[in-house]
Write a protein that binds this ligand. Structure first.
Ligand SMILES: *Cc1c(COP(=O)(O)O)cnc(C)c1O
Length: 497
C-alpha cells in the first residue's frame, strides 16, 4: 500500500500551527508544590539592569498541547527511522540506537570541558583510541577529532596545506578541484583564500589526466579529490594522479565524507593522500540532518602531521594528556575537543562492528548500490555503465526529452509514495541527475520496493505526465520556493504588534 492511500487528511492551510499560535494566556504545562521558603521578589535578587522590562513572549500551553504539537511535527518529517532515504553523497544509513545509549552514559554526557585532566581520563582514553582507529581506517599517522563537520575538515586540511607550503618558503595560491566535486570543496578553498581551478572528468567519470598534467603548476597547492567520487566511481588512475600532483610539489586532499565504500578495503593514506577527512555523521552512523552536530576528523600522513590542530591526546603509558606544545600546528579550529558526544557515538559504532564488520559494511553498501543501479537502469539512462561503489547516478533525460517530465518532478513524486528522493541535479556534470546511495542498512525488499516505485513513476511520466509534474500531492506543503527558503530563511516567530 502506498502512503497516498493511507495518509490522513491534513488540517487547515497545509501547514501546522506554530506553538505560539496555540498559546492561550495563563495556560501552563506544570504545577509546582507551594513554596516552603519565603517568596522573595526577583527585583530584590537581581540588579535592575538584568531585569526584563516586558515579560518574555513565550507560548502558554498545556503539557498535552506540547506533546501533541511536537509529536505531530515529527510525524510530518521524513527520516531514516521512518523510511528509505537514498540521498546520494549523504550516507543516510540507519543509526543504531546503542550508539545513543553510549553517548547518554552520565560519565560522557555530564563531562565538562573545563574538568581537570585527572578526572576525565576515561574521556581522553576514548578520544585517544578513536584517533588510533581512524588512523588505521585511513592509513594516516595522526588524526584530529576537532573539526565539527566535513566542510570544516576541508578548511582545516587546506589551512594545513598552506602552513606546509609556507614552511618551505613557498607561496602557492591555487587549489585544483574536479568538476564532479562536492560543492563544499571549492567553498572551503575560497574561504581559505585559495583560487580554485576546475579539473574536467574523462569519459569514464575519473580525473582527466592530461588536463591534470596541464593544470598542475608551481603555484598550485594541491588537489582535492573524492574517491570513490560523487558519481560513485573509483578513480582507476589514483596512483598516476598522486604522482602528477606530488611531482609538481602539490599535496593531495582526500574528501572522505563518503568513505562507506572503502572501509577495510582501501586506505586513502596508502593511495597517496596527504590529508584526509572523514564524516563521522555519515560513514560512522552518527545522526545528521537538520543542522544537528556533526564531526569531521582530519588525518594526516607523517609529513603533514605537525600542522594538525591542537590539542591532540597523548598517552605516556600511565595517563592520557592533552598536548598543546606542537609549534607547527595551525592552532585550534574549534572550542575544546570537537563534538565529543558525536565522537562517542561513532566510537560505539566502530567498537560494535569491529574490523571485519566495517569491511562488511562497505562490501554490502557497494553490493546494494550495484543491485539498485541495475534495476533503475531498466527505466532510466545510465550515464556511466561501470560497476559503482557505494552510490551511483542515473539520469532522467529520457523522461524529459520524451514527456517533458523533469527529474525534479519525479523526485517530488517519490514523496507521494513515502520515499525520500535521492539527491538530484548533483553532480553537476550529469544532466537531470539522480544520485542514489542506498547504504548497507537497507534490505533487499526495500531496494526492490524503491525500484518498483521508480519504474512506476517512469510509467506515470509516459502516461500521465501532468500528474508527475504537479507532485507531490499528499505532503502537507507542496512545491516550496527552495531558493528563497535557503537564501532568506524565516525561522523566527515575531509577535504581532
Ligand atoms: C557531505 C559531504 C561533504 C560536507 O560534509 P558536511 O559535514 O556536510 O560539511 C563534503 N564532501 C562530500 C563528498 C560530502 O558528501
Amino acid at each position: 500500500m502506498t502512503r497516498q492511500e493511507t495518509a490522513p487528511p491534513r488540517p487547515g492551510r497545509g501547514t501546522e500551527p506554530l506553538i505560539f499560535e496555540l498559546s492561550s494566556p495563563g495556560r501552563i504545562a506544570y504545577s509546582l508544590p507551594a513554596l516552603d521558603v519565603p517568596d522573595r521578589p526577583v527585583d530584590s535578587l537581581l540588579p535592575p539592569s538584568a531585569l526584563r522590562t516586558r515579560p518574555p513572549e513565550l507560548p502558554e500551553v498545556s503539557e498535552v498541547d506540547v506533546v501533541r504539537h511536537f509529536t505531530r511535527l515529527s510525524q510530518i518529517q521524513h527520516g531514516v527511522d521512518i523510511g528509505f532515504y537514498p540521498l546520494g553523497s549523504c550516507t543516510m544509513k540507519y543509526n543504531p540506537k546503542v550508539n545513543e545509549d553510549a553517548a547518554a552514559l552520565p560519565g560522557f554526557a555530564g563531562v565538562h570541558p573545563y574538568f581537570p585532566e585527572e578526572v576525565v581520563q576515561g574521556a581522553l582514553e576514548l578520544l585517544y583510541h578513536m584517533e588510533k582507529y581512524l588512523c588505521e581506517i585511513g592509513g594516516v599517522s595522526r588524526v584530529s577529532l576537532q573539526p565539527a563537520a566535513g566542510a570544516h575538515g576541508e578548511l582545516t586540511g587546506l589551512l594545513m596545506f598552506r602552513a606546509y607550503h609556507e614552511d618551505r618558503g613557498e607561496h602557492r595560491t591555487k587549489v585544483l578541484i574536479p568538476d564532479s566535486a562536492h560543492g563544499t570543496n571549492p567553498a572551503s578553498a575560497v574561504v581559505c583564500g585559495y583560487e580554485t581551478v576546475e579539473v574536467p572528468s574523462d569519459s569514464r567519470g575519473g580525473v582527466d589526466l592530461d588536463a591534470l598534467r596541464r593544470l598542475m603548476a608551481p603555484d598550485v597547492a594541491g588537489l582535492m579529490l573524492t574517491n570513490p567520487n560523487t558519481l560513485g566511481l573509483f578513480d582507476e588512475n589514483m596512483h598516476a594522479i598522486a604522482e602528477i600532483v606530488h611531482e609538481a610539489g602539490g599535496l593531495l586532499y582526500y574528501d572522505g565524507a563518503n568513505a562507506n565504500a572503502i572501509m577495510g578495503v582501501a586506505r586513502p593514506g596508502d593511495t597517496g593522500f596527504d590529508v584526509v577527512h572523514f564524516n563521522l555523521h555519515k560513514t560512522f552512523s552518527t545522526p545528521h540532518g537538520g543542522g544537528g552536530p556533526g564531526s569531521g576528523p582530519v588525518g594526516a600522513t607523517r609529513e603533514l602531521e605537525p600542522y594538525l590542530p591542537v590539542p591532540l591526546v597523548d598517552f605516556d603509558g600511565r595517563r592520557y594528556r592533552l598536548v598543546y606544545d606542537r609549534p607547527k600546528s595551525i592552532g585550534r579550529v574549534k572550542s575544546f575537543y570537537g563534538n565529543f558526544l558525536v565522537v562517542v557515538k561513532a566510537y560505539a559504532y566502530i567498537r560494535s562492528m569491529g574490523p571485519d564488520g566495517l569491511r562488511q559494511v562497505s562490501e554490502d553498501a557497494v553490493l546494494a548500490a550495484n543491485y539498485l543501479m541495475r534495476k533503475l537502469a531498466e527505466h532510466f539512462h545510465l550515464p556511466y555503465d561501470r560497476h559503482c561503489k557505494h552510490e551511483f547516478v542515473v539520469s532522467g533525460v529520457w523522461q524529459k526529452e520524451r514527456h517533458g517530465v523533469r527529474t525534479l518532478d519525479m523526485a517530488k513524486r517519490l514523496l507521494d509514495y513515502g520515499f525520500h528522493a535521492p539527491t538530484v541535479y548533483f553532480p553537476l556534470i550529469v544532466p537531470e541527475c539522480f544520485m542514489v546511495e542506498p547504504t548497507e542498512t537497507e534490505s533487499r525488499e526495500t531496494l526492490d520496493a524503491f525500484a518498483r516505485v521508480m519504474a512506476h513513476i517512469a510509467e506515470e511520466a509516459r502516461q500521465q505526465p501532468d500528474l508527475v509534474k504537479a507532485a507531490p500531492h499528499t505532503t502537507p506543503v507542496k512545491r516550496l520556493d527552495e531558493a528563497l527558503a535557503a537564501r532568506k530563511p524565516n525561522v523566527r516567530w515575531q509577535p504581532e504588534t
